[in-house]
Design a protein around this ligand. Structure first.
Ligand SMILES: *Cc1c(COP(=O)(O)O)cnc(C)c1O
Length: 408
């Protein structure tokens, strides 16, 4: 790997720097009107980060409301099927609302309360982050407005209903492609206007500083638990970690605890869609280049003029043109390796996991499973691979049934 010649790794805790940079990536690229809000948020976050009472309260809610700790599950039949390394699944799919997203939504809602903000806004694509945010807001009695592309609202009608059941107002966005990118723009516009009363709960390790750092920190519990659990179970660290990467929050949440363990390899898996052809995938590291999108400098799928390209993936949660800046940094340094899984591979492994393990994984998480199985096959039986099962697939069964030609 070319990046192996890069400079030695910095202390993981030294990133990002004070201006929000992970090396050449990240930063703050927003209109002047949002600078104060981001600075206020950073100050508030740094305060609660070192506040034992806040952290204890957060741990309490993560346990009682979200269902932490999640199991580290030995997938014996997938292991047997692959015929190589032992495969463990970190079961974030068992969390309340069905995915890792609740870790961050709960934590940011609690932070908003601390800041005295009574109104929450969020963006959502498929609706998973919107549902997690709506749940957290209901729990804490906060007003909740979720921006969602009008096209996504049609495709994800059930999640729209879930959010409304939990008291959130879902606002359809009619601009552009009517999907996630436009929903983020609209949420930013709302925030500029209502910044005194409102906190914006961004859903992944992306955007302007402090979001990539803060969202990462709120998911670090995944890796902390996994490390403790594998040591208790196997008496040693895993050889490899695998996680899917949309914005990058579940992946960095698992990886962070292991970044300074030189013998643990880590793989991020992007959406290969129909294959690496323009407009047919969302593998930013396979077809993207450096640019700025929605407040952040990173790898982006764009054309020669810097126009954002269309993306495609069978999984809505990985279908975004840019990737979290911390991943771009660690890839450049050769610390995190990247691969992609195609829609066809994902559909096959989705069914395989259901049949062999009795677990229906989210289509996003299935990308990690595809690569995890490949890695297990390549390794000896005494090796260990941990795959982050970021969410459950109940939300996807109707779509898969349709693709496979079944009645649902
Ligand atoms: C949203 C989502 C993802 C992608 O987001 P990251 O920030 O990259 O983790 C992955 N898996 C599931 C189940 C999701 O809902």
């Amino acid at each position: 790997m070319s990046a192996a010649h890069a400079a030695p790794l910095p202390d993981r805790n030294s990133l990002p720097d004070a201006a929000g940079h992970f090396g050449n990536y990240g930063g703050v690229y927003v209109p002047e009107t949002l600078m104060t809000a981001l600075q206020e948020l950073e100050a508030a976050y740094l305060q609660v980060r070192d506040d034992a009472a806040f952290q204890a309260e957060l741990r309490h809610h993560l346990k009682e409301f979200a269902g932490r700790p999640t199991e580290l599950y030995f997938a014996s039949r997938l292991t047997e099927h692959a015929g190589g390394a032992k495969i463990y699944l970190k079961r974030e799919d068992l969390l309340h609302t069905g995915a890792h997203k609740i870790n961050n939504a709960l934590a940011q809602a609690l932070l908003a309360k601390r800041m005295g903000k009574k109104r929450i806004i969020a963006e959502t694509g498929a609706g998973q982050h919107g549902v997690a945010t709506a749940a957290a807001c209901a729990k804490f009695g906060l007003e909740c407005v979720v921006y969602m592309g009008a096209h996504d609202m049609e495709r994800q009608a059930l999640n729209v209903f879930r959010m409304r059941l939990m008291g959130a107002e879902v606002r359809g966005v009619e601009a552009g492609q009517k999907t996630l990118k436009e929903a983020i723009n609209e949420a930013m516009r709302d925030w500029v206007t209502n910044v005194r009363s409102t906190h914006y709960i961004l859903g992944t390790a992306y955007g302007s500083h402090p979001y990539p750092m803060m969202v990462r920190d709120f998911h670090r519990v995944i890796g902390r638990e996994a490390k403790e659990q594998i040591l208790a179970r196997e008496g040693r660290l895993p050889d490899e970690l695998v996680a899917c990467v949309g914005g990058g929050s579940n992946a960095i949440g698992l990886f962070f605890e292991f970044l300074e363990e030189p013998n643990v390899r880590m793989f991020g898996v992007e959406a290969g869609g129909h294959g690496i052809k323009r407009g047919e995938h969302a593998a930013r590291f396979a077809g993207g280049r450096l640019g700025v999108l929605q407040g952040c400098k990173t790898y982006i799928l764009q054309d020669g003029d810097g126009q954002i390209e269309l993306t495609h993936s069978v999984s809505a949660g990985l279908d975004y043109a840019a990737v979290g800046p911390e991943h771009a940094f660690y890839r450049e340094r050769g610390r995190i390796e990247f691969a992609y899984a195609t829609d066809d591979e994902v559909l096959e492994t989705f069914q395989l996991c259901a049949r062999l393990e009795g677990i229906i994984p989210a289509l996003e998480s299935t990308h990690a499973l595809v690569h995890g199985l490949k890695r297990a096959r390549a390794l000896a039986r005494d090796r260990i691979v941990i795959v982050n099962l970021s969410g459950r697939g109940d939300k996807d069964v109707q779509q898969v049934a349709k693709i496979l030609g079944h009645q649902a």
